[in-house]
Design a protein around this ligand. Sequence first.
Ligand code: GLU
Length: 451
Amino acid sequence: MLDNKKKEQIKFIYPETLISQDEIEIYEKEEKELISERNPFEMAKKQIDIVAKEMNLDDNIKKFLKSVERSLIVSVPIKKDDGNLEIFEGYRVQHSTVRGPGKGGIRFAPNVNLDEVKALATWMTWKCSLLCLPLGGAKGGICVDPRKLSKSELERLTRRYTAEIINIIGPDMDIPAPDVNTDSQIMAWIMDTYSMNKGRAIPGVVTGKPIEIGGSVGRETATGMGLYFVLEALCNKMNIDLESQKIVVQGFGNVGGNIAKILCEKGCKIIAVSDISGGLFTKEGLDIIELLDWRDKKKYLKDFQNENYEFINNEDILTLECDILIPAALENQITQLNAKKINCKIILEGANGPTTPEADIILKNNGIIVVPDILANAGGVCVSYFEYIQDIHSYFWKLERINQELKNILVNAFEDVYYLSKEKNVSLRIASYMIAISRLAKAIELRGIFP
Ligand code: GLU
């Protein structure tokens, strides 16, 4: 039942409406559905249910995969530059270490919460399993708007967060990496804080570090490169001439910026891109290099002046008519509310979890091919794995080797997914999940449940 406060809120939103009990119940049900659709961990669990049914997964394994191994919530106090204290909430979740140490990024964003981090950790487990990397899945984050902090505040925040999670991370345990709003500098601070506490340099505690302290060449562009290799493999299979495609990219950070640049260099027309402030659109194709330069000066796309470019908001960018749509921002972008309006042939998921299961069904019915996140954006964690190996061996590879091995792993994973999707007549997403989850199920069975 709705309480009086909720009824007042509904009446405030719809002042003309005389709300009957039936209407209230419908509203309540819809609201619950939307909240559940938008909760990323609920979404991840729904995805497990869908694929479990498809592959007749053992109920105990399903139960196991729906829960996370370990969640740590920490309070991260920092002294601001003005002397005031501010406290942020941070998280590190290890979803599964059945196939190896936990692996996954750390994000700094105002909407970070435990359920989001649990979902992201779950998707990392599947991603590593799909690529057959000997790693599990983890994720971390701090609920903070990093743009509101100075560089030294950001450093204190990162170091204190590292100190709070220090007992559950490490090269054999759980290896963080960059994610939304975190970069190689932040990884350097984590590596230093960890190393100072252990009394020796331990580069292998994080990946995505600067090259000077044990990072890998090609890591920064790896997610973009991976998106490109997977898209190229799909286009080859479908006889699509990639160079003539019109492309829309939502998000202009590391992932969106790099894939836009790579595709632009290959001759594709990037007709729209967006950042947090909104997007720019032109049928003729944007000058991506100029826009990246603008972004690197810490300026927003909405303030970019070019009379041939049209400003477009972040919702409308997703429904622009194009050939390939690349959501490369955050989760929950394509939902049942806008899925019907999506007007493209292929969706290449650069972000983690941009499409809800409800939207997925609508896209499938409309004949749109979705290349799922755990395959499409896996280039980042793949080169993180190369960095981890290079750190262990203290022997560093050349860029050609990185990109060649990255391409091999991703194209092989794509081929497996593509053939399974044909064989079982399922979407690329379901096929990817089936491969990832059956590998995990086997590992769980072999190890058994302790004690
Ligand atoms: N944050 C990236 C992802 O979501 C990379 C994680 C990693 O390299 O560990 O896949």
